[in-house]
Design a protein around this ligand. Structure first.
Ligand code: UT7
Length: 323
């Protein structure tokens, strides 16, 4: 049986770091409020020349280097983003071109903060169908460019960055001892659109718009939605929370992460938290956290790893895999 296994990871962050204290001159806020309510201490902000495509390319190159591969070895690029460089063409195709790839195909995937989980699930299906052998799955975002910098309830939360994972076809036995993706669960529900959206777009305002969020409302739904999809992957695979080695959640708010882990019965020391370093980077947050934990030696071959995300739409999802 074909499984989709992780062959390499990479990440890229803009050069400029903005600390919480730097916001004290922008809006009425404090380092103390931001740390207590979110766990965020700093975020990276894209500068001139840094875009979703350039950050995505840098993360992709880092993942290729980590995997010992070249762009020639990649069949498909799936880029999860809500902040593409242009309305079209897809930034994935721009990244394909930047990597010097004139073979294969590339497309963007839009599921806001759940984008990377959706993209991993999509890549897994392409691989298991036999259509492709290796997929470069990227999450790249420049949310700083859609923030309302006068709205303290949102502008302190988000940051820019990119992460990438290379998935490749490996032979498995069809058991949970296999390397690769073991189970996925995706959901969406458009009745929650108004709680987290961007108030512009080509078909409505002919402008990009700004991010709008009812944070408390999103918070209220997040833990239940996250735990539902995670439990669906447990049921599908027969894996239990105790068996997990690492929980790599969407990095939006440390309080949501802690409450989800507690409800699922996942021990604190198994939770990868990087939100303090880069804030909420939407679709980039899970691959950024994965790349950091793989690079520093926490995630090792054979480990059982659980990914999850929840965001605008609402969309939410979880993926269980063996590294
Ligand atoms: O990635 C997609 C998913 N998105 C999320 O996961 C975000 C989910 N939501 C959250 O993380 C939290 O709801 C927030 C961090 C956005 C807010 O935390 P909260 O504990 O839910 O605070 P709140 O919205 O209930 O606001 C509490 C107070 C309010 O003042 P009053 O009405 O109590 O006087 C806000 O005006 O905090 C105020 N406030 C701020 N104060 C200082 C809101 N933003 C700030 C700020 N600095 N930046």
């Amino acid at each position: 049986m074909i499984r989709s296994a992780v062959r390499g990871t990479g990440s890229a962050l803009p050069t400029r770091i903005m600390k919480n204290a730097d916001f004290e001159h922008v809006v009425e806020t404090s380092d103390e409020w931001i740390v207590q309510r979110t766990g965020i201490r700093q975020r990276h902000i894209a500068g001139e020349g840094e875009t979703t495509a350039t950050l995505g390319e840098a993360a992709a190159r880092a993942a290729l280097h980590d995997a010992g591969l070249t762009p020639d070895d990649i069949d498909l690029i799936v880029l999860a983003t809500s902040t593409p460089d242009n309305t079209f063409p897809a930034s994935a195709v721009d990244i394909q071109n930047r990597l010097g790839m004139t073979h294969g195909f590339a497309f963007d995937m839009q599921a806001v903060c759940s984008g990377f989980v959706y993209a991993i699930n999509t890549a897994d299906l392409y691989i298991r169908s036999g259509q492709v052998r290796r997929v470069l799955v990227i999450g790249s975002e420049t949310f700083s460019r859609i923030l309302d910098w006068s709205d303290r309830s949102t502008c302190v939360l988000f940051g820019d960055g990119a992460g990438a994972v290379i998935l490749e076809a490996v032979e498995g036995e069809g058991t949970v001892a296999d390397r690769g993706i073991l189970a996925s669960s995706l959901r969406s529900d458009g009745t929650h659109k108004e709680k987290l959206y961007v108030d512009g777009g080509p078909s409505t305002t002919q402008s990009v718009g700004h991010l709008r969020m009812e944070g408390r409302e999103v918070f209220k739904h997040a833990v239940g939605m996250i735990t539902d999809v995670v439990e669906a992957t447990f049921v599908a695979s027969g894996v239990t929370a105790e068996e997990l080695d690492w929980f790599v959640p969407h990095q939006a708010n440390k309080r949501i992460i802690d409450a989800s882990a507690r409800k699922l019965g996942i021990a604190e020391e198994k939770v990868v938290i990087t939100v303090d370093l880069h804030g909420n980077t939407s679709a980039a947050s899970v691959p950024l956290a994965l790349a950091i934990a793989a690079r520093d030696g926490r995630i090792k071959p054979g480990d059982l790893v659980l990914l999850e995300a929840m965001g605008g739409g609402f969309t939410w999802g979880a993926v269980l895999l063996r590294w």
